[in-house]
Each structure stands twice: as C-alpha cells, then as structure tokens.
Design a protein around this ligand. Sequence first.
Ligand code: NAD
Ligand code: PRE
Length: 302
Amino acid sequence: MSFQHVAIIGLGLLGGSIGLAVEAHLPDVKTTGYDADPAVRERARARNLCGTIADDPVEAVRDADLVILCVPVGAMDAAAKAFAPGLLPEAVISDVGSSKLSVSQSLAKALPDHTIIPAHPVAGTEESGPDAGFSSLFHQRWCIITPPDGAAEGQIANLKSFWQGLGSTVEIMDAKHHDLVLAVTSHIPHLIAYTIVGTASDLEEVTRGEVIKYSAGGFRDFTRIAASDPVMWRDVFLNNRDAVLDMLDRFLGDLALMREAIRAGDGEMMFDQFSKTRAIRRRIVEQGQDDARPDFGRHDHE
Ligand SMILES: NC(=O)c1ccc[n+]([C@@H]2O[C@H](COP(=O)([O-])OP(=O)(O)OC[C@H]3O[C@@H](n4cnc5c(N)ncnc54)[C@H](O)[C@@H]3O)[C@@H](O)[C@H]2O)c1
Ligand SMILES: O=C(O)C(=O)C[C@]1(C(=O)O)C=C[C@@H](O)C=C1
C-alpha cells in the first residue's frame, strides 16, 4: 500500500519542494506541514506549499503514514521529539538530510518505537527558505535511500515508489557508504568553494576590489556554491566529520602532487590529469546526467 498522507517537517527549499511536487505529481496524497519558524509558516501558507500548515508539530503529523523531516541535520533530534506524541504507531519516518549515518542514529534514538527509513534526494540549489522550493526539483535526480538493517521490505518499496512518483531515480545504499561518497561528490566541493571565495575576498583587500571584479566563469560558479545556507552546511560538516576528514586527506594528497607538478614544470603529468577529468565530464554529459535540463526551471514560483 502506498502512502496516503505525508507530513512535512521543515518548509524550506526541500520541504517546500516536496509539498509542491506531491501536489503536482501525486495529487491524491494529502500533505500537512509544520516549521518551527512562524514567519516560514506564513510564507508556506501564502505559497500553498502543503494542503494544511499546522502551528503545532503534534497536529502536523496526526494521521500521517509518512513523516519526512526536512530540517538541518543538526535539528533532526529536536524536530522528531517535538512531533513524537502525535505519531501513528505504524507511521514511517524519513528525512532528506545530506548526511545519513548520524541522522539515522539520532532519529532511532529519538523515536525508538518507530520505523525509520532515511533518504537523501541528491537535488538542491544554493537557495533556502520557503520561497526557494519548486515542484520539479527532484525530476531526473537521484534519491538515495539508506534503510537500517531489518527495515521492512514493503515500507522500503513504498518510500521508493513515493520518490519515483516525484520524478527521482532511487538507489538503495548503506548509510556509511553514502556518507563517504557524498563527502567527495558534494561536501568537499562545498568546502572548497567556501574556502576559495574566502581566500579571494581576503586578497581583495590587497588588490582593491580587482579579484571579484575580474572573476571569470569558473570563479563565479564557486561563488554560487559558496552562497549556500550556512546553518545547513555547518551541520553537514559537524555530522559527517569522519568521512569528510578521510576524503579531505586524500584530496590534499592529490593537491600536493599537483603543486609539485607545477613546481617541477611537469607538463606531462598535468596534461594527463586534465585529460582524464575532461573525459569524466564528457561521459557525464553524454549520459544526460548534468544539470542542463530543459525543465530545470522554477516554473511554479509566484
Ligand atoms: N539545500 C540543498 O541543496 C539540499 C539538498 C538535499 C538535501 N538537503 C538537506 O535538506 C534539509 C533541509 O535543507 P533546506 O535546504 O530545505 O533548508 P532550509 O533552510 O531551506 O529549510 C529548513 C527549514 O527547517 C526549519 N527548522 C529548523 N529547525 C526546525 C525544527 N526543530 N522543527 C521544525 N522546523 C525546523 C527552518 O525554520 C527552515 O525553514 C537539510 O538536512 C539538508 O542537509 C539540502
Ligand atoms: O546544486 C546545488 O546547488 C547543490 O549544492 C545541491 C547538492 C549537491 O551538492 O549536489 C547539495 C547538497 C545536497 O545534499 C544535495 C545536492
């Protein structure tokens, strides 16, 4: 049986997009929502992000058979404890957090009597808040589900078909493996962007504004990523510490090799490396996995 009533906790970019996507693609599914910030609830009502927006977390989850936490990963525990008294015993609890092992553990601790099946839609933008969501966010994007050992196959299948209904392609993965993979493909790229934009901005004081003024396309792309939400990303690095440190050591080793090649004038090494990475990008584009999708617009924005 698929889900009939989804409660969305946290009505920013991810929560708002889920509400709009359910309305657009699964119109028979009822949605209720809650956000801890009253101003966000007001905007969520104005944008009709959910069928009903409750002022109380317990009311928001009442009768829901699926509850999805869409709050920063460091807020999962508090958010879960706040709605716990309203849960149906058979409700499935999921989330969209960018790291999975610590979220999985903290939700299991906060809601010991419930089925918890964490998930991560690998889809987002640098925007946040209730005005940022749009219904096509999950189209043609991966959603990684990380069921704990012993999770009921039927519930995993229901969650899988929910995300497929929103347009995603679903992959099942172990939470620890997810955290290692995402550390290198998402978390460290954000760390690099935050750092290099900071370095350039410090330098700007020396060069009197020339760094940002003459920044070309590559650097501008870094500034987009570096504009991402500070609370969300602080929490990702606090909660995926081990995997990020492991991958960061590897990255710093590779960067040191590159520095050595430049110092030694080793053009062959640089050419080989740049050719390898160019082939990787071309494969991604050929497989249609880049973001240049015609429908990646925010059509349902007010
Ligand atoms: N932004 C992205 O690109 C992206 C992509 C995939 C997954 N994620 C994950 O999704 C989650 C939400 O990210 P977002 O981009 O939607 O953030 P957001 O800042 O747009 O929205 C988060 C919302 O959660 C609310 N909130 C915080 N604590 C709460 C609590 N205790 N109870 C109820 N509401 C609470 C905030 O008021 C805010 O409105 C994060 O865990 C993030 O790691 C983000
Ligand atoms: O496209 C962007 O702006 C994103 O940063 C999205 C992105 C990513 O790194 O790919 C960011 C965090 C998520 O958990 C998933 C997606």
